[in-house]
Design a protein around this ligand. Sequence first.
Ligand SMILES: NC(=O)c1ccc[n+]([C@@H]2O[C@H](COP(=O)([O-])OP(=O)(O)OC[C@H]3O[C@@H](n4cnc5c(N)ncnc54)[C@H](O)[C@@H]3O)[C@@H](O)[C@H]2O)c1
Length: 386
Amino acid sequence: MADDVLRRVPFGGSDGPRTVVTGGAGFIGSWLCDALLEAGGEVICIDNLLTGSLENLRTALSSPNFRLLEQDVSDRVVVRGRVDCVFHLASPASPIHYQRHGIATLRAGSAGTINALELAQRNDARFVLASTSEIYGDPSQHPQTESYWGHVNPIGPRSVYDEAKRFAEAVTMAYRNAEGVDTGIARIFNTYGPRMSTDDGRVIPAFIGQCLSNQPLTVAGDGEQTRSLCYVSDTVRGLLALAASSEAGPFNLGNPDEVTMLELAWRIRALTGSESEIVHVPLPQDDPRRRCPDITLAGDRLRWAPTVSSEDGLGRTIDWFRRRDGRARRPLSALGAQGGHPNGRPRGRGATGSGDRVRARELALTGTTEAPASSMRIPDQAEDPR
Ligand SMILES: NC(=O)c1ccc[n+]([C@@H]2O[C@H](COP(=O)([O-])OP(=O)(O)OC[C@H]3O[C@@H](n4cnc5c(N)ncnc54)[C@H](O)[C@@H]3O)[C@@H](O)[C@H]2O)c1
């Protein structure tokens, strides 16, 4: 899958593309790193481990073509050598994380995006921004097309994220128009799959965790609000297809299979065989009532569409959570990374020791002890190989 898309990638010399992934230790970023490595490129991940983890990088860390730079993209981005493509994913992404790290979120979307763009500019590289459906706010148009401008509360609890991403899109277009940087913008809709963190408040891991432990299933409001949920391998394929093109976008990347939160709760309950009762809790402020992408544009220009059904994707995700919960965690010191957090859990801002300063500590990543169980595939065909 990744190979098909990367075969079309115009960047890279004879020795393969050299790609930077900011936020590569996160949920989507780590799968993107794995896909790029599987396709034969060299990957440099820049992450300050604010919400990501070394655990997500177990597979990538075993590759000699992978390197992790522990840097805060909001301060400075330093990469030695040639760069062919920059994917900018670094940002807290779940409501719990971005509300806890509001200023860091605004900085990642503003200064962080500028720093990532300038890295691309210095290298004449392709640049792909991971924007979000949140830029549509609580939309008054359904499904949302890329031409819809959104309905966003600029000072509400979600604004640190929504406005950071809206600025990120604006500055990306400015560097394209004024500086000629080869940019592309992806508006990612809700994505799910293995490696999601259970405690960041996102609905799928929350429901799965509640079902697997037979705790009450907490549905916000009346549960009639909708989301469209895209399996992570489909999202990663979309990002790769955008990178392989010279399109500016923005492009919606999501699965138009719209589901109410109540339906989703019942579906996960049935798939896990759980007996959890469904209870209703207050709806968070500014929670969007409906979310559904129109993906016509990505289909026409990128030849991209999601392929994983919700039954399939949810089944694989539930299997992964089951295996993860049953698995004894191996110490991450075995990965050879210096100063990593030993239990693989996110560290707080203070614990990174970076504050607002650059911390360009390069972790030693080659010669690690973990080898992937088989050739790496992102999980549309394979289970998580760990
Ligand atoms: N998961 C989704 O459903 C979804 C939907 C829309 C958009 N997105 C976007 O995709 C990207 C990845 O989301 P995710 O779900 O994988 O989130 P995540 O929290 O798992 O990953 C984000 C990564 O960025 C890193 N990071 C944060 N601030 C940083 C900084 N200043 N410097 C360096 N690294 C930093 C974190 O440590 C983490 O590894 C985000 O930009 C998010 O806005 C995700």
